[in-house]
Design a protein. Structure first.
Lengths: 432, 224
């Protein structure tokens, strides 16, 4: 009988139920789109922010102490303190390995140029190919980390191009101007450990100190420094989650200050501090620290983007709730004689409320299904318009949207239910 | 002992005394017509007897229990178990068929039983119209569905508010015939009407004016 009444009510109020379903669908679609974008946007925004370079630097422990003493930023090393090149692959074996987008090792030395002047020569990876212990392969290096470099002459040094060989380098624009160097020129550099003649394959404008430096493959600088297999720092670009109170506590007081459950939560969340901690676990005698300007900017942008999405979701749901309130109240008013009759023949408030709420919830389910599909479309439009890529549909969004829609539908039905509870059969059946 | 007893019942709306210190008794199986002009308090009395309203003062004793000050939930339960209501406007649920309208009353009382609902319709001569929607039934037929709905749970009192008010003469006679049959079967009937013809066929007539009973008499022409 209950379902006969539900069916009858739907047939009687087709247009009104359709309006309620569409109202719910509108809220559900926006919630679906925003939640999917919000969950996917982290990776997308992070990817966009990777153009600002690495967000983690790794230096030897002793160098870190010196940095802290003199409040130096970023890399730098103390003499005699190095990291091991052979351990670099381990960075891609940490818990958050998939969040490590790129990394590059660095070693620098002073070289003497043919005119007798000195210059800093930096050894690094440009587009280094790695075969990881996991069986995966990776091409990483500063070509991905220095996306803002403007190549003024020649091209990026290609480590995988056998024709270029190891005797190639890139020269900063200022140094190239001073030394009269251009792409294709030969440059002789020497240290007390030896001399190498390199081909300048590219001249770049980095907009900073690097414009006065020479960048060459690791092996070249290691041999000129007599430090085969060593490096002075690593820059890591990682996808991270914005810091919350837990992450801040771990960063400030150390992970040992956390309870076991908090530690597990922190360790298993891609906070920049937990990724740093995990890098330190695999790189011997190292200190990994976030580049605060980049990490904080990423966190701030992420938080603001997510806040915006949350606000849009909340506002759309409030709009839906108001719409539902109007429509369900109108429906109850329209059916006041029918509801009065049910009360007159013995229906309790609970049973009538259950009937009306069931109708609204069934309508809500239909609206949610329509809204979810529409939201999928909206999310793709947002993804392609803003990020030029598809938004991945997260299964987790479905239960969240269902819970939100149920809550909004019930909240929107409260005024109608209150009216229904107050309705007295004598008033609607006899006019008093 | 009377099935229903009103003792000094008043219902006051602001300055208006819709019922003013009314007392009356209705015995089991009695057929009482409550008559009077508009505004005399007929509907107010029906609402109070039908547990759809509470008196401002006085006692309403139904089946030995004072129900005047019961909670809304208790009144709903009393209405469901003891009272069958018939309305002038029929008040059928327009998206349910005739038999489903009868079953609504069963549903909120106990368990819907379609066979029993069909038998109730058969008793009022509507077996062949059981699957029709109210919009497909005439006024008389709708009122008979309303009567079947009121009787389906075997109430102790059947309360009818202007049951023939919207019917033509032929249908009025059909409804009155059903009432006579119900009375013969021992059903207690209280019929609110302003129609003298309906009042005359009842066993007893109570006449209200300005909220007071001005006449309470057995009908000499009553035919059992």
């Amino acid at each position: 009988m209950f379902f006969r009444m539900i069916r009858g009510a739907f047939l009687l109020q087709k247009k009104k139920m359709l309006m309620i379903a569409l109202t719910i669908a509108l809220g559900a679609s926006l919630a679906t789109a925003m939640l999917n974008v919000m969950m996917d946007v982290g990776d997308k925004v992070n990817q966009e922010l990777k153009t600002y370079g690495a967000n983690i630097t790794v230096v030897p422990k002793s160098a870190s102490v010196i940095n802290n003493l003199y409040e130096m930023e970023g890399g730098g090393s103390g003499e005699g303190s190095y990291l091991l090149e052979e351990e670099l692959g381990k960075i891609k074996t940490i818990f958050w390995a998939f969040n490590i987008v790129d990394f590059a090792p660095f070693i620098d030395t002073e070289v003497t140029l043919p005119d007798g002047s000195a210059a800093t020569m930096v050894g690094t990876w440009f587009n280094h190919h790695m075969d990881l212990p996991t069986g995966e392969t990776l091409d990483t290096g500063i070509q991905n980390l220095r996306t803002w470099w403007d190549i003024r002459a020649g091209a990026w040094l290609d480590e995988q191009n056998a024709a270029q060989g190891a005797d190639a380098c890139m020269v900063g624009e200022v140094l190239a101007g001073r030394e009269g160097l251009s792409a294709g020129d030969r440059l002789k550099v020497s240290t007390r450990f030896g001399t190498r003649e390199l081909t300048v394959v590219g001249v770049f404008d980095a907009g900073g100190d690097e414009d006065e430096q020479i960048f060459a493959p690791m092996e070249v600088v290691q041999s000129l420094s007599n430090l085969d297999g060593y490096l002075t720092s690593i820059e890591v670009s990682a996808l991270t989650t914005p810091d919350n109170d837990l992450a801040k506590k771990a960063a400030k007081q150390g992970p040992q200050s956390l309870s076991i459950s908090d530690y597990e939560t922190w360790y298993c969340t891609a906070y920049v501090s937990s990724i740093c901690f995990q890098i330190q676990e695999v790189i011997t005698d190292s200190v990994a620290s976030p580049v605060r300007q980049v990490a904080d900017s990423e966190g701030a942008i992420m938080e603001k983007t997510e806040l915006l999405m949350e606000l849009i979701t909340i506002l759309s749901l409030i709009g839906s709730a108001l719409g539902i309130t109007n429509l369900v109240t109108a429906s109850v008013m329209e059916r006041s004689a029918e509801i009065g009759l049910m009360k007159a023949v013995g229906a309790t408030n609970g049973r009538i409320s259950a009937l009306v709420l069931t109708e609204v919830l069934i309508t809500g389910i239909i609206g949610t299904a329509i809204g979810y599909l529409a939201g999928f479309g909206f999310a793709q439009i947002i993804g392609h318009t803003v990020f030029a890529s598809s938004i991945e549909m997260k299964p987790m969004v479905i239960p969240i949207v269902v819970v939100l829609v149920v809550a909004v539908t019930l909240a929107g039905s409260i005024p109608a239910i209150r009216m229904l509870l107050r309705l007295r059969p004598a008033e609607v059946l006899h006019g008093r | 002992m009377s099935l229903l007893e009103l003792e000094n019942v008043s219902k006051i709306y602001g300055e208006l005394h819709a019922l003013d210190n009314v007392s009356m008794k209705v015995d089991n199986g009695e057929w009482v017509a409550i008559m009077g002009p508009s505004g005399s308090g007929k509907s107010t009395m029906m609402n109070i007897i039908g547990c759809m309203d509470k008196p401002t003062s006085g006692r309403v004793i139904l089946d030995g229990a004072d129900i005047a000050h019961e909670s809304q939930n208790s009144l709903t339960a009393i209405r469901r178990d003891k009272i069958g209501l018939i309305f002038q406007q029929f008040h059928l649920v327009n998206y349910l068929t005739a038999v489903e309208n009868v079953m609504v009353s069963q549903y909120y009382h106990s368990v819907p039983d379609e066979r029993e609902a069909l038998e109730a319709l058969d008793r009022v001569g509507l077996a062949d119209r059981a699957r029709h929607l109210p919009s497909q039934l005439s006024g008389g037929e709708q009122q008979r569905v309303c009567i079947a709905r009121a009787l389906i749970n075997y109430p102790e009192i059947v309360l009818a508010d202007e049951p023939t008010g919207n019917l033509d003469e032929a249908n009025e006679n059909i409804v009155l015939d059903i009432f006579q049959q119900l009375h013969r079967d021992g059903t207690t009937l209280i019929v609110v009407t302003h129609d003298p013809e309906v009042g005359e066929v009842a066993q007893r007539t109570v006449t209200l004016e300005y909220g007071k009973i001005i006449r309470d008499a057995q009908n000499a022409n009553f035919i059992k």
